[in-house]
Design a protein around this ligand. Structure first.
Ligand code: 5GP
Length: 253
């Protein structure tokens, strides 16, 4: 069989050329990194869980008319997605203070915010993804004012959808990060949600106990990350309720 062409390898995923022009195969690795890759580990089963969870969220978004790059899951670790031109921004939406906003503004973690807050970070590992404002984004040509209006609208629709889905299974969506891509159709361009949506890129707290079910478990050494993600997947019905914690890739396809 011909070897697939690797297009890009990031910290948690590898992108390969897809079977049709304009498609990409997105492979989910088990690697976990935090603090700009200063902390690293391999968490067995994480890639399988994130592949399934991202499929679940992206399919839900597609179904309610929020455009995403997701086409279909191919196997336990891979999904087929549309090729997009990634806008070099991390778009963060926050409902509850935690993480960097708590540190930056001295707001106690867990404080509900008066409204969802949308923030932008420039995607650049060397610079540690610095926060930027609309002025920087427009001045440096990363996105236009019209793009930003569309990005905010997409981000808030993702927030409404994700908050509702998670609240339905007793989980508070504290914050999350998405990436946005451009798809060109001749001269016509549209923006879609790209990359992944998974517990790697969200903060998810159990509504009753406050237990963290996201990557903070790894960042802050709070326990077993695969167990936390398995709990999210079980509650959403992505894994059977009585399934064993995901270790070796044995149970889903
Ligand atoms: P914070 O700015 O508080 O560190 O992160 C806000 C939210 O965005 C959290 O849910 C966090 O997981 C997510 N996030 C921020 N930067 C990144 C990143 O570089 N990679 C991933 N996977 N998530 C991020």
């Amino acid at each position: 069989m011909a070897r697939r062409k690797k297009i890009y390898e990031g910290k948690a995923k590898i992108l390969y050329e897809g079977p049709e022009p304009g498609t990409i195969v997105q492979y989910f690795k088990d690697d976990a990194t935090a603090f700009n890759a200063e902390k690293k580990d391999v968490i067995e089963g994480k890639g399988v869980l994130n592949n399934r969870l991202s499929e679940y969220f992206m399919t839900g978004l597609n179904n309610i008319g929020v455009p995403t790059h997701f086409i279909k899951r191919i196997n336990m670790r891979e999904q087929l997605v549309r090729a997009v031109e990634i806008i070099p921004l991390e778009v963060v939406v926050r409902n509850v203070a935690a993480g960097s906003i708590s540190k930056r503004l001295g707001i106690e973690e867990g404080t509900p915010l008066p409204r969802p807050i949308v923030e932008y970070y420039f995607k650049d590992d060397k610079l540690g993804d610095p926060m930027v404002g609309e002025e920087h984004i427009i001045a440096f040509g990363w996105a236009s004012q019209q793009d930003l209006d569309d990005i905010v609208s997409l981000a808030l629709r993702v927030n409404d959808f994700m908050s509702g889905v998670m609240m339905g299974v007793g989980i508070r969506l504290v914050d999350f990060k998405i990436e946005i891509g451009r798809i060109w159709d001749g001269d016509y361009m549209r923006l879609v949600v790209a990359d992944e949506i998974s517990p790697d890129s969200c903060r998810l707290w159990d509504v009753t106990t406050g237990q963290k079910l996201d990557k903070d478990v790894f960042r802050r050494d709070l326990g077993n990350l695969a167990d936390a993600y398995t709990e999210v997947a079980r509650r959403l019905g992505v894994l059977p309720k009585n399934s064993a914690p995901l270790g070796k890739p044995k149970l889903i396809n």
